[in-house]
Design a protein around this ligand. Structure first.
Ligand SMILES: C[S@@+](CC[C@H](N)C(=O)[O-])C[C@H]1O[C@@H](n2cnc3c(N)ncnc32)[C@H](O)[C@@H]1O
Length: 308
């Protein structure tokens, strides 16, 4: 009898199945150890992690499923948790869409929040083209911060956004929020301190034919001076160790009715409520868990509604 495993999957009408299957492979979330299967006119495509709209379903376990070392995939790059050359080669053999296997030789560090890498196998590069929900982005992991882990967050914000909003991303990196939300905004300013990140962002905006986003390079503390008298309907603050220090600057840039999304690493619920209320008295704060960071800390997003 075939053994079954329960896995997250995306369920789409059969006729949309092939396009979705390609999309989840491009997004690097396909669980290639399991075969998609049809049921009641729908295709069930197994994925490695929970996604918005995903459901858990049983799949036939492949008897000759190969055990691969733990890794994360960003476009054509796979990042291993261990300095394991043989494991790296095995992953590349099993992941036809990956061209390079890397091992991080430093933590995420410095003002630019970048890491150093050693190439374990494949091409000698840390650059790749990453796909997310139909958009493409150039990423270079040594030059600028990038993580695919907030892709669900970008979709959540996109679905909350009204057409024609003015949006500010204070710590925009290579522009994943800008690429995703920009087309729905009348104007989006996407700023970063790291010139290499802004260079990649410019390429990404061009690649996706986005004309509503103005990329800027600079310290987010100076944005009120730089952008005055512009005000924004939505402000994204994704600098997990220090974003709360920029709340006063954000307050100067917020429309009287504005939503702020503050991403932070926290050790207790409500950790930044006081900071937020100091900058935005009477704001309505909703805090949401995103994922664990260490045994005692986690990534949280504070949605701050002002003037509602
Ligand atoms: C965690 S990354 C987030 C990037 C992007 N929002 C994303 O989700 O991929 C934080 C970014 O903030 C930038 N940064 C750090 N300090 C800054 C500052 N004072 N002003 C503007 N950007 C800053 C870093 O260069 C980095 O790209």
């Amino acid at each position: 009898m075939t053994e079954e495993v329960v896995q997250w999957c995306i369920r789409v009408p059969i006729q949309e199945g092939e396009a979705m299957r390609r999309q989840v492979i491009a997004d690097g979330i396909a669980d290639r150890s399991l075969r998609p299967r049809a049921e009641d006119g729908f295709l069930l495509i197994p994925i490695c992690e929970k996604r918005e709209g995903a459901v858990q379903m049983p799949f036939a376990a492949s008897p000759k499923r190969e055990e691969l070392p733990r890794h994360e995939q960003v476009g054509g790059l796979v990042i291993l948790q261990d300095d394991d050359v043989e494991g790296a080669k095995k992953i590349l053999q099993n992941r036809p869409n990956a061209h390079t296997a890397l091992y991080a030789t430093s933590p995420v560090e410095g003002e630019f929040r970048t890491r150093s890498f050693k190439v374990l196998a494949g091409l000698d590069t840390t650059e790749t083209l990453y796909h997310e929900y139909g958009k493409r982005m150039y990423v270079d992991l040594t030059a600028a911060y990038f993580s695919a882990r907030l892709s669900n967050e970008r979709q959540r914000l996109l679905s909350q956004m009204r057409e024609g909003e003015k949006v500010l991303d204070m710590f925009a990196g290579v522009g994943p929020f800008a690429v995703m939300l920009g087309p729905k905004a009348s104007l989006m300013v996407a700023n970063d301190l790291n010139p290499s990140a802004v260079y990649l962002m410019q390429r990404n905006l061009r690649l996706n034919k986005i004309k509503t986003v103005v990329p800027t390079v600079g310290d987010a503390m100076n944005l009120p001076n730089m952008l005055s008298p512009l005000k924004f309907d939505r402000i994204i603050m994704n600098l997990p160790f220090a974003a709360y220090e920029f709340l006063e600057a954000a307050a100067k840039l917020a429309e009287s009715r504005c939503t702020i999304h503050l991403y932070s690493l926290v050790e207790r619920e409500g950790e930044h409520n006081e900071d937020i209320l100091r900058a935005f008295p009477n704001a309505k704060i909703t805090e949401k868990f995103i994922r664990s960071y260490s045994p005692t800390s986690w990534h949280a997003v504070y949605d701050v509604e002002v003037g509602y």
